[in-house]
Design a protein around this ligand. Structure first.
Ligand code: NAD
Ligand code: SER
Length: 308
């Protein structure tokens, strides 16, 4: 078996930043190549890569002897609505290039991050099962459902070992998200820390599935490490930790910052949030490869307050 060498796309993003660090702890800095279209002068093992440049992607994968790709680069739900054509192009053509290169060069494994945005109004909103009708309202959701279908296609046709989860909204202190509908759940901590009133772009009672970044990263690495025979689903595995509303998050943060104030001013992201589900059933991930979360609302807020 070849030595593990990983390429991460979108490594400067909210998840890419944390995941790259964690992968480097496990495999070593020079075994994990960070790539992005945002420059990162401080990263010792970084290359500029626009995922739409398939020739350059193939070159990097060949030159660095890459065996696994974690493909994080994408345009997210809210940002995607400003430019649907670009979102389709980046989110789908980038991914199909990774799959084609995996097929041509015989990569060991590839990872595709899917999302709760694959769900839509035809999906049950409570305890959303793994296999459900998916009719998303955003171009981001449409691109991720199609990405999941490509996972299934490349696995059954070419045997590509593609693994995927549907992340809930991710909460991290290391990096600030941009362009997502769940971003409020990170922004709110920065406002509280600065002693500023927070203007929340979702309504007080909008319940969404969420997860602390440490859990998301641990789950991702656990999925990629799992024996191949345990992976029963090549579309995105449902992955859950907690579900809360902005009102419930605010109340928990207020336990740490008693004077913290919030005002609810829902914008176009409210409609997106309402098209998603509230609570996810992730029992298949728990059964197949032993997924388990560590952080609930209280534990996550305590960590965020300490570290932001
Ligand atoms: P992010 O927006 O923070 O980061 C995306 C990164 O991709 C950015 O650094 C950006 O520069 C890069 N990028 C954009 N276009 C590119 C291109 N053409 N070529 C190369 N890089 C490009 O996103 P994130 O929150 O870190 O999400 C990572 C992945 O996880 C995405 O695929 C997203 O759909 C998925 N996901 C994220 C969340 C979440 O809450 N953060 C939830 C569900 C799924
Ligand atoms: N957190 C992401 C978003 O809001 C979900 O994929 O777009």
């Amino acid at each position: 078996m070849s030595e593990t060498r990983i390429l991460v796309t979108g490594a400067n993003g909210q998840i890419g930043n944390v995941l790259t660090n964690e992968l480097r702890k496990k495999f070593g800095t020079y075994h994990v190549l960070a790539t992005d279209i945002q420059k990162n002068a401080n990263d010792p093992h970084y290359e500029f890569l626009d995922i739409l440049n398939a020739v350059r992607m193939r070159e990097l994968i060949g030159d660095f002897g890459i065996t696994q790709v974690y493909h994080l680069a994408a345009i997210l739900s809210a940002g995607g609505e400003y430019n649907p054509m670009k979102t389709w192009n980046v989110n789908l053509n980038g991914w199909i290039s990774v799959l084609e290169i995996a097929r041509e060069l015989g990569l060991d494994k590839v990872f595709f991050p899917s999302t709760i945005a694959v769900f839509g109004k035809t999906t049950p909103r409570e305890l959303t099962p793994q296999h459900v009708p998916m009719q998303p309202d955003t171009i981001y959701g449409v691109s991720k459902v199609t990405g999941e279908l490509l996972n299934h296609y490349y696995f059954q046709k070419y045997g590509i070992d593609v693994r995927s989860v549907r992340y809930p909204g991710i909460i991290s202190y290391q990096s600030v998200p941009a362009g997502g509908t769940t971003d409020y759940a990170v922004e709110i901590f920065h406002a509280a820390k600065k002693g500023e009133k927070y203007e929340c772009f979702l309504a007080e009672n909008t319940r969404l599935p969420m997860m602390y970044a440490d859990d998301a990263i641990a789950g991702t690495i656990q999925l990629m490490d799992a024996p191949v025979e345990n992976i029963k689903c090549r579309m995105g595995y449902n992955l859950a930790a907690m579900s809360f509303t902005p009102g419930e998050l605010y109340a928990e943060i207020k336990n740490h910052y008693p004077d913290f104030e919030i005002e609810y001013k829902p914008d176009f992201r409210q409609k997106i949030a309402e098209s998603w589900t509230e609570v996810i059933d992730d029992s298949e991930a728990r059964k197949d490869w032993g997924w388990n979360h560590r952080f609930d609302l209280k534990a996550m807020v305590a960590e965020m307050v300490e570290n932001v």
